[in-house]
Design a protein around this ligand. Sequence first.
Ligand SMILES: Nc1ncnc2c1ncn2[C@@H]1O[C@H](COP(=O)(O)OP(=O)(O)OP(=O)(O)O)[C@@H](O)[C@H]1O
Length: 470
Amino acid sequence: MKDGAILDYPASQGESPALAETAPPHSIEAEQAFMGALLWDNGLFDAVSDWLAPEHFYDPVHGRIYRIAAEMIGSGRLCDGVMLKARLEADGGLKEIGGTAYLAELVAESVDAASGEAYARLIYELSRRRALIELSADMAREARTGEGEDAAERIIETAESRLSALCGASEEGREAGAAEAFDLALAEIDNPSVRIPTRLHALEERMGGWRPGGVYIIAGRSSMGKTALGVEAAWRVAESGLATVFVSIEMPRQEVACRIGASLTGIQYRKILSGQVDMEDRRALRGARERIAAAPLTIMDVPGVTVAGLRARLRRWKRAQLAAGRKIGVAVVDYLQLIKPERDAGSIYADVTKISRALKPLARSLQIPLIVLAQLSRETEREKDKRPRLSHLRDSGAIEEDADAVLLLYRDAYYADREPEHDDTVKEQDRKNRAGSYEIEIDVAKNRQGAIGRVSLWCDVKTNQFREWR
Ligand SMILES: Nc1ncnc2c1ncn2[C@@H]1O[C@H](COP(=O)(O)OP(=O)(O)OP(=O)(O)O)[C@@H](O)[C@H]1O
């Protein structure tokens, strides 16, 4: 470029010195030089098209030229000064961008492609700095004028999601050669610590641990023990010293904590919650308190949270854990259908589908295993065999599509307990045996990491305790 000189700029777009001082960071020179280089050598487009967009230009004229050039080059046509002029004349846009003279000057200003790429990077960098300025100004304005008890929380959530979009833009399109990508897979084999052990043998055999970035759906009808297993899964990881979070949309955090207390002491959690405990129980609960305090487990109760809210909270939580020097374990969310849609998608099915689709990008961007509990509809109970199937999950929205694994829960005891008594004594004894069973069946119905199939665990739902089955 000629000594950084600004070209004869269209009058309507000219900058006064005062404006240049107060204007956000930008470089008209870099934009002109880049446009010149692009018109000179269309090959430059391939080097920048993944990350440079028309809206990154400060000057709307340049953004408009870039959009049209991108269209032409993208469809395999030549885009130089002559062709661009013809195209702009055809749709009447040439005057708007400052006429033929301005185009001619852009072409005359041509630089080589390598410098053009450097200018593109500068344009992109400056656009992100402008976005940051805009974001902080919006935050300041909303912080002054925001109303309602949760105004601060809402402002933080919006800011976090705008910030992560800005980060995401630079992370997008990471490439690796096939061999390099394969190395990543091999490193995972050599370094099993990448997977978080479930610490439940039967599950570990099937799943080989929870993988960061994976989405694991634990689904079942109401009362099948989803929350129980979710709490247990979180606790087992937290007890091994890895930072873990249980996001409860359904119940207050003390109820979740009571389930852990119940599991550690063998006291029914309903008794703890209603204060039906004797002196001995109290002593046991104090002992449990110490174990709970030693584990890096966070319980969030967030009624009515949206996916954006969840993302913001989990990001903040992860940052705080890393800052405290902790390694990250898993995040459990109880439960999917209670996540509030950002906008009404038209039906519950559409809402659930939209939310489920957002979970995988969420887990991937956070790089944590996301264990999400999901409620199955009553459809499951229509048939004689009430064991849930993947198709039941489909009825509730496309929940399983992006999931790495789907675990379907079934407790025969729950149904046996509700069956009418049999007159036949043998059948009645059988029903009683089934009703008294502690078996919880976990059907691993989808599994990207291994085999599918059914496993069983011993589970006392009253005390939220789990053990290996036999
Ligand atoms: N003291 C108790 N006596 C009898 N049943 C109990 C007792 N405590 C808990 N339960 C039962 O244990 C089960 C607990 O299941 P959990 O809450 O984990 O299920 P869930 O699948 O998350 O269901 P939901 O969606 O209804 O919360 C429920 O069926 C509950 O009624």
